[in-house]
Each structure stands twice: as structure tokens, then as C-alpha cells.
Design a protein. Structure first.
Lengths: 361, 361, 361, 361
């Protein structure tokens, strides 16, 4: 009877949420109308980062298990789908911030010094949990990226550096997927031959293109050679290892093979969820890239070549991270090695049965 | 020297913001993964509502002044543009919530009882500030809409009922716009005749449509009669007054005329900002309608015909408000009375000059 | 050697595509700038309708087979996913058309008479292929919807009326899904009891809600009774049949059961694709509803209460179809009968095994 | 009486439009389901390009006149707004194409050889009309970009190279805008001093940042120096001229000043439309950049490092054009030189009056 009934406002802690917008320009006595938007949109970004981390953590737990079952992969796909829908909003809502013009921003920009988006702990956590390597980070201003994180939050970020990332767990899972053991079927040999034939065909296309001048043929052959050697490196475990040592690749040879198989034979029922999982990872990667690019464009327009509030030239930094901070680019690049279904080695029946549903009736 | 340097986390009060997600299902000992999303998205909605109110308040202050200057109207347009960009996100982010399925929601739905979105104080404020009338509200469950608002917040909502709404301020402003006084030019007479001729033409189109059967002609003529009488009511101040008395119209006759003039002669430089202002108001109205419709669809799929957590059948309520809670529908309906530029009475030169920029050189 | 090399322009037949914009206003000698947009956007809509029909036809062929295998369902999900992405664009691009104002439209509106969007053959095909029944169509102006279709295209539309629609093929497929035969497990009894207990609980919630006045309790109990009788009707094949006879339901009792099972036990691997298929069908339905609603709002603003170019009051028609022309609403409404996983009857092991992947190792 | 009544299908030339999808894979006897999408989406892109060119041409005509009046600028803003809404759709509909996977594309990719998106005449026209210089184009494969255009369309593209582009017309208009002649007010001097003071302040911020190590201070000072010298170059017509000669800048000194003034004093009524015009140009530029980036990401995923159907490594080309093919980047960069309103030299009253509306009453 006495129990207080739950209400919307208390449940959502709106008293805290809606009283957390303290304008620095107001402290100076000259409140800038647009500072409210600046605060609110960043709070919204951080709330969504929290949600993305919540989903990501759930995927990490799942893939950290000894054995990952089909429903686990399928659940992970749902989690990633949610992250993807959030990312689309992260990108689209840049348009809201763009209703603030460069001149409006100047009204309160100096009040923010020296705070900066660099200090977002959650975004660093998110990058680390995905698998961004410390050494792959764009080093800006000669300082470790953690230098701008608050002392009390540094520990969290350090832990996220040492824990298994989604990249690592993906690699482990790919390496041990059972459907890789195609006994009695020399998939790798047959596949290699099929690709080599395709590449020879492409070379002919270049050499015999009636539209090309001699210099163009030369030009395109050079491009093609890169494709060939990148393929040979993928086929050959030793070459692949060298590329990993030199930092040009990251995903192990065995995991790369497994990923390729999933892409090539995704029609097999048991490969549906793995295929969806790999596809969603590429989506997440692409959407963060797009977000960084959009963000960089917006910052350029807002402050031009000015020094960012945190002391960096924000726009250049953001732009440089867009491509470099990708984690799963090697999955996207596998399409280089796809071959048409018609050229694909057919799976022997006993393997096909193992990859299908078995329904007793 | 000792002054603590501002950092991102403190500036945005992230400690409060990011620790305000307390899962009710976790209190029971069985945390539901998706309750986090449910909380976060509603907090994001409330943050955006706060921002919309911030912009709306600024427009209200501007239009509450004795004289509204051109830069005021132009600034109001910017504020509305921002609201519009926010509304687009409010609609699009329903897709994020839709990644939660009906079965997932059931995992924690009972924990929310009896709290409900009905209790959003900010949304009520927003509706009142726009100008939604108490009597125009869909009455649900035979209870005043304020009954579900927390006691301490009721005062704010009551005040918003009694203060001048955007609808009222718009009406006042339209009624006193100087460019309505077309001395020496009988605009209203000439315009009336032009419309009547257009309507006669449309009647002919129906009567002589070779595709129509007799019953169709009859059917469409009935439709057309409604247009005619609605036009006559607009022309005639007394008829217009009657419609207002019977609750079928709300905007005064004089304001309606002014709005119509702005639409018809929007090419005149001095009418640019007024035209943009009216257009943006219609956008805001439409986007809230779309938001309610999207919301209703989502709720239907989530709970079907179940009783909402707050005790209402949420989907039906939301759907019924979509059209009924429009505030500026009469602006959109004015297009009924538009006539082609070619048929439009030409403005005499002395008036045209008054409506243009005057640049001394 | 002589073979003409394929080029982009010929491949896409751009000479035809880009010379198909003939402004009627130009024939009169006064080209209206915005008529180009009007033509182009409608051509884009029709191209996308063609693509949707292409995808839909492929799904229809698949489900018309004697036995639908898992990869078939999974492929159908991909096809629907594409339709969904197209639908989102159909909705969003209304914003492009809205850059044309009502006054701009008037410049060429009379030139279009009496052509009208009613005459879109492809949209009728699309509705019929989805499964919209002739009798469920809003009858506008007392005339069959096919009356406005061109003679030479009428045959296609008639055929689409008589061929198996997606609704019918879905129903057939649901009725024969093997995983419905839970031998030795009285699912339906156990499930019924679980729902009844849930509904009793909801009744208590209403009766004992301390916030409710007597009249409110009465009000909500009436709402609840509807839920109870709709549930009883679903449980009881005879009641269900009556609802079908009276036109209140359409999906057969057996198919309804199967759909419900898929929703409730979607975690089982073999039910993934069926669950995704049902979910995407609801998405398609919702998105067409949203499209109709957006369209209606836009038309209202464009022509107000005017008679449409085809002789109908377009806005009212479009609005009325938004909900009525839904085909898969009964799937969305099934959530009324969902119960929490914790309350769900557990599947016996021998059934669970049948629903999983069987991987020989 | 005998006159054939206009119908939807004839008006839109649907017979041509909907019969222009000829699958190359079908000619081989093995129709690839996804080739339909590939054709349709490219046709949709070309239809939108046509519409963009239609709007752009109208803006070009307007700005080619001897005197550009306020309503002209305002109309140009409307035209650009429409282009912007179209661009958003161009970007978003990439998602539709992404429902085609790399493996699906391989089914018909070879059939397309050697046609390629490079051959889109309309996109070249569009770039030239905006003002992309021949020399600024990424040269790919050592060949002029027109080499891939069909012979019969080459003339159009050549003409677009020689006609006044939007960039040039903008420059001319900016150079002659009357509101630049601030007689009796030494704006440029006062503004220069205000910026120099702001830059000195920023230097202090770097030197005295307690967070910076010595090397960081050095690093950021170097960044800052670039800002200073870029500012001095802007102030000094001779330095500016040098940058133009060296290809680092393009917009004339006088036009740059005018643009800056418009940004800084955009609150003045007469500057509203000019400000909106510059802002929309930046939007158009940004959105094409975003479109190229999205396109590049999509192509990378689709073909990886493969050679494009037209013989180029498409993804790398697209990515490199994203930033380089911007036309109005100098407008966005002007924000580098913005200063807060409070620091802005106040306009003398006699100038302010000239910039406002003059309303005789």
C-alpha cells in the first residue's frame, strides 16, 4: 500500500538527466543560445556510446566462451544489428549540430578550453573493445592517446587494451570453426587454381583492351600485379606470415581461410549466421568510418584550420583516423578473392550434408 | 594556477548522465539485456525534448515582443529548422527501438508498471507551448491529461496552458503585419473573384469529365460543394466566425487573410522570412504527426492489443492523436485557396516597392 | 574485333531514359520549372516499383514450390530486406517533392488533368501480389479500382488478382511447416493455460490500480475484455472460423498457430529464418503504411481540400488506405498473445533436437 | 471530343522507362537476379543527375545576368535546397545497392566489361558546371577524363568546360556585390586588427597550456604558424595572388573578402539570402564528398582490390576524388578567420541602414 508507484520520471532519472546542462557561457553572464545544443548532442552521443558498449560487451562474453553455438552467433548478429541502427543515427544527427553555424560556435568556443572530444573515455573503450591496436592509432601531437583521459577512468581504458578484443575473439572463433575441416576434399588446392585462372583472365582483359594505349596497359598491369601478389600471399601461409610481421596484415592465415569459406559458401544453412556475423562486422567498421568522415567535414566547416579546443587541429586528426582506425578492413578486402559461384569448387555431398539442417521426420 | 582545467567529462556531467540507467529487471535479480536500450532511448528522447523546448522558448520570447522585426522572424526560422532536424532524428531512431522484439520487451515489461510515456512532462509542455488546446486533446480513459503528471511538475504544465502559445503569438503577429494594409488596392475583392472563377472551372471539369458516370459526377460534385462553401466561409468574416464558434476553425479571419497573402506573394523579398516561418511551422506539425504515426505502428507491433504499462491501450491512443493533435493544420489547408500566379491579381507598383528592399546608392 | 564494346550509356539505355521527360507546360509554351521534378520523381518511383515487383516475384516463385527449404526462406529474407531498403528511400524522397511548394505546383497542375497516380499499374500489381483483397480496398468514387488502369495493362492486373498472392503462399507454407507437429507434447493446451493466467493477471492489475477511479476501472476492463475474447477466439478454431467468415480475420487458424510458434520459439536455429521472414513481412507492411501516411500529408499540404488531378480528393483517399490496405496486420497483432520466455512451456528434448542443427562429427 | 485524354502512363513515358532494363546476363542465357537492381539503381542515379543539372542550369542562368537581384539569390537558394535533398537520397540509396553482396555481383560482373561509371556524361557535366577544373581532376590511368565519354556526348562536356561555371559566376557576383563598398568605414583594417589579436591570444593558449610538454608546445606552434601565415596571406592581396598563382587558392581576393563579410554580418536582412546561398554551396560540396566516400567504401567491399569493370581500380580512384574534387572548399575554410560577434567591428549606423529593409509607411 505504501510502496511508491514507479513513474516515468523517476524510472528514467530525468531529474539528473535534465539538470545536467550547465552552460559555461552562462557562468560568464552571457549565455550563448547554442551552447545548450552543444551540450545536449554530446550527452546524446555518450548515451549511445554506452548502449553500443553494452551490446559489444554482450558479444564479447559470448565469443569468449569455449564453444560458440549457432544461437550464440545468431544473437551476436542481433546485437550488431542494433549497433548498426545506432550508428546510422550517430551519423545522421550530425545534421542537427550543423544547424549551429561557425559564428554561433564562436560565441562560446573559448569557454570550453581545454576540454575536447579526445577525452571521451567511452569512445576509446569502444575502439579498444572492437580491436583497434595501440600502434595502429594515429599518434597526434606526439602523445599517447590515454594522456587525455581522466585519471580515474584511465584504468578502464587500460583494461580494455589488455582484454580480448572482438577482433581477437573473431580470429579465435574462425580458426576453430568445425566446418573448416573438409576431410577428403582438397578445397584449398581447388580454390587456388580457380582464382589463378580468374586472375590470368583479368590480365588478358587488360592486355587486349582495345581502348588502352601502351602506357595505360602498363599502368593497369602494375595494378594487377599487386592483386596477383596479394593473392599469392594469401594462398601461401609463409607469405601471409611475412605480411603480418611487417604490419601489413593482421588476421591469421587460418582465420582468413575460414572467413573466405564462409563468404564463398554462405548459401549453406549452417553458414548463414556466420556470414551475417562477418557482414555486420564490416557494416560496423564502415559506419564508424563514415561517422569519422562526416565528423571531419563538419569540424572543418565549423573551425576551418583553427586549433581545436583541446589543442589539436581537430579536422585533420579526424580525417586521418577515418580509414586508419578501421578494424575489420581485411574482411572487406577478401572480396578481392571471390570467384563466381559457377567457378567455385562444388562441395562433395558428404560435406554438404554436414553443413545443412538435419531434420528427423 | 590552481584552477581546475575543464574537461569533457565534467563539462557534460557524464558521471550523472552515464550512471542513470538502473534496470528494474536487475533489481529483481534477472537483468534483461534489452532494458538498457529501453532506458537509454527514452533518456535520449527526453534530452531532445529539452532541446526542442529550448528552441521553442526562444521563438516564443521573440514573438511576444511588441514589434517583431525581420531579423527576428529570420532567427525564428533558424530555430524551427533546428527543431525540424531534431524531429527527423526522433522519427528515424524508432528504428533503433524496433531492434527490440516483442518477446524481448516481455522480459521486463511488467517491471515498468504503472509508469508510462503519458507521464512525460516535457512532451506535454511542448504540446502546450505549440498551442494544443486542452479541449482538442484526445481524452483517454475519461481523465485529464495532467492527472498522470508528477505533482511537482504539474505547475509547469499548468503555466504552459495559460501562457501565450506559439499559435496565439503567430495569430497576433499575422493580424498586425503591416504589409496587409494594401491601401488603394482592393486585394480581397480581386482575389475573391479570381478564386470563384477557379472553382467554377473545377465544377465544369467534374460535370464534363467523359470518364465519369452519372453517380460519379454526383459524388464529386458533393466533394466540390464542400470546397466552395469552405471558400465562401473564408471570404466572409461572419461565416468564418461561425466556424470558429463551432470549433471547426481556430485561426482568426484577419490572421487567415495575412497568412494567405504571405503564401501567395512569397516572391516579394520582405515576405521571404514570413513565408519560411509559416512553412517551417507546417513542417514541425507534419513531423510530429509522422512521429506519432511511427510510434503507434511500433507500439502495435510490440504489444499488439495489450494494455499499455500505464493502463491504456497505447497504440490506439497514439494513433488517434496523430491527426487530432495537429496545431497548424489550418495553414496547410490554405493551399485549397491558392491560385496560379498567372491568375493572381498583380500588385500595384507603389505596393511592390514597399515590399522590396530599398538600397540607397 | 568488330563487336561494339559495351558502354555505360547504351547498357543503361540512357538515351531513352533521359529523353522521356516531356513537360506538358512546355507544350503550352510556358514551361514550368518544377514540372521536371514532378516527372522525374514519378519515374524514379516507377523504377523502384519495378524493382520491388522483381524481388516479390522471386519470393512468390520460391513459395509456390511444393517444398520450401531453409535456403529458400533465407533467400526470401534477403529479397525482402532489399524491398525494405527501397521502401525507406520511397518514404525519404517525399522530402525532395516537398521542395516544390503548393504555388509552384499550381503552375502546371491543370496540364496534368485527368491523369493521376491512381493509374499506376505497377502499384496495383504490387498490392495484389502482396495479397490485398479486392474487397478490402477502399472504394473511392463508387468505381472499381481497375477502371483507371489502361486497357492494355488491365490484363496484368487481373492476372495478379487471380494468382496466388504472398499472403496465400505464406498461409499455405505456415499450415504445412513440419515443426508444428509436436507429437507427444501438448503445446497448444499448455500455451493456452499460460496465456489465460497472464490475462487474469492483467485484469487484476486494472481492478487494483490505485490510480484509477471507478469509471476508469470500468473503461479499462472493457478494453481488456476485448483482449480476452480475441484470445479465446484464437484458441478456439470454431470462434476463429467465425471471425474469418465475418471478415474480421483472414489468416487460417492453423497458420496462425504456426506463426505464433515461430515467434515464441524463434531462438531455435531452425526457426531463425522463418522468424526473420515473418518479421520482414511486417516491416514491408509497416513501411507501405508509413509511405501512404507521408504521401497523404504531402498531398494535403500541396492541394489542401482541392480535387485531385484524377478527380478524387487525393489526400483523404490516401489517408484512408494507410491502415486499411495493410496485408499482414494479423502477424503484428499476434504480439497480443506473446508471453514471457519464463512463462513459456519448455520444449521437450526430443523436439528441441529436431529443431536444431545436426552436425555429424 | 476525340482528343485522347492524358494518362499517367503516357505522361511519364512508362513504356520506355520500364522496358529499358535489358540484362546482359540474360543474353548469355543465365539471367542474374541482381543485375536488375544494378541497372535500375544506375538509371535512378542518372534521372536524379538530370534533375540536379536542371536545377543547376537555372542557377547558372540567374547568375549570368548583369544584375542579380535579391529574389534571384533567394530563388537560387531554393534550387540548391532541392539539389541537397536529392543528394541526401543519392547517399542513402547506396544502402539499397549494398543489399547486393560481392558474390552476387560476380554473377554478372564480367558481362559489363568494359563499361563503367566513368562513362557517365551527366556526372562530368555536373562537375564542370559546378566549377571543377580540368587540372584539379585526379588523373587516372594517364588519360583525359573525356576519353571515356561517348563521341556524340563529348561536345556537351567540352561546352561545359568552356562555359561559365557556378564557381566563376559566384566569384563575379561576390566581386561586384554593392554592400562591399563601405565608404567612410575602414572595415578591412579594423577586421584585420581584430583577427591578429585573436591569433595572438591563441598562441598564448598554446604556450601556456599546462598540459603540454615542450615538444607538444613546439608541435602546436607549428600548426598555429600555418594559421597565421594563411591569415596574413588572406589579408594581403599580393600574398593571396601568389597563392592563386601556385594553385593553392582559387577564389580572388576581392571575392574572398565579400564572402567573409557575408558570413560575419549575416544577421543584416539584406545578407540573409547571400549567406544562405554560400551555406548551401558548402552543403552541396560536402554532400558530394560524402557521396564519393560512401561510394568508395561500397566499391571496396564489393570488389576489394579488383580492377573495375572499366579497367581502373575503382575504389582507390573514388576515394582520392572525394576531397580533391571539392569546388567550394575555400568557403568552408573561411571559418578559420571568423571572430566572435563581440570582437567584430560594429557597423556604423549609416551602413546598417543601407543593409536593412526600408519600409515606407
Amino acid at each position: 500500500m505504501n510502496k511508491k508507484l514507479l513513474n516515468y520520471s523517476d524510472y528514467l532519472k530525468l531529474e539528473d538527466i535534465l539538470n545536467s546542462q550547465k552552460l559555461k557561457s552562462a557562468e560568464r553572464g552571457t549565455p550563448a543560445h547554442d551552447e545548450m545544443l552543444f551540450i545536449v548532442i554530446h550527452q546524446v552521443y555518450e548515451l549511445w556510446f554506452k548502449q553500443i558498449i553494452h551490446e559489444l560487451d554482450s558479444v564479447l562474453v559470448t565469443f569468449n566462451k569455449q564453444s560458440v553455438l549457432e544461437p550464440d552467433v545468431s544473437l551476436a548478429v542481433s546485437r550488431l544489428n542494433r549497433i548498426i541502427e545506432i550508428q546510422k543515427i550517430l551519423i545522421d544527427q550530425v545534421r542537427i549540430l550543423e544547424t549551429m553555424t561557425a559564428m554561433d560556435f564562436l560565441e562560446f568556443r573559448d569557454d570550453l578550453f581545454p576540454s575536447s572530444g579526445f577525452q571521451s573515455t567511452q569512445f576509446r573503450l569502444l575502439e579498444n573493445k572492437l580491436g583497434l591496436l595501440r600502434d595502429a592509432r594515429i599518434n597526434y601531437g606526439g602523445k599517447d592517446y590515454k594522456a587525455s583521459i581522466l585519471e580515474k577512468e584511465k584504468q578502464d581504458v587500460e583494461r580494455s587494451e589488455s582484454e580480448s578484443s572482438l577482433f581477437q575473439l573473431l580470429e579465435n572463433w574462425l580458426e576453430r570453426t568445425p566446418f573448416l575441416s573438409f576431410e577428403g576434399f582438397d578445397f584449398w588446392d581447388q580454390y587456388s587454381e580457380a582464382v589463378r585462372s580468374m586472375l590470368r583472365n583479368e590480365e588478358n582483359v587488360i592486355r587486349n583492351n582495345p581502348n588502352y594505349s601502351e602506357s595505360e596497359v602498363e599502368y593497369h598491369l602494375k595494378e594487377h600485379e599487386r592483386a596477383v601478389s596479394s593473392f599469392e600471399a594469401m594462398i601461401d601461409p609463409i607469405e601471409h606470415e611475412k605480411l603480418i610481421d611487417s604490419g601489413k596484415k593482421r588476421l591469421s592465415h587460418k582465420a582468413t581461410q575460414a572467413a573466405l569459406l564462409i563468404f564463398l559458401y554462405r548459401e549453406e544453412p549452417i553458414l548463414h549466421s556466420p556470414f551475417n556475423f562477418l557482414s555486420r562486422l564490416m557494416d560496423v567498421d564502415e559506419l564508424f568510418t563514415t561517422w569519422r568522415q562526416r565528423h571531419a567535414l563538419m569540424v572543418r566547416r565549423m573551425i576551418g584550420g583553427k586549433i581545436g579546443t583541446g589543442g589539436s587541429s581537430g579536422h585533420a586528426y579526424l580525417k586521418s583516423t577515418a580509414d586508419r582506425h578501421k578494424v575489420f578492413a581485411e574482411l572487406a578486402d577478401l572480396s578481392t578473392f571471390f570467384i563466381p559461384r559457377s567457378a567455385l569448387p562444388a562441395l562433395p555431398d558428404h560435406i554438404k550434408q554436414n553443413l545443412g539442417y538435419h531434420f528427423k521426420s
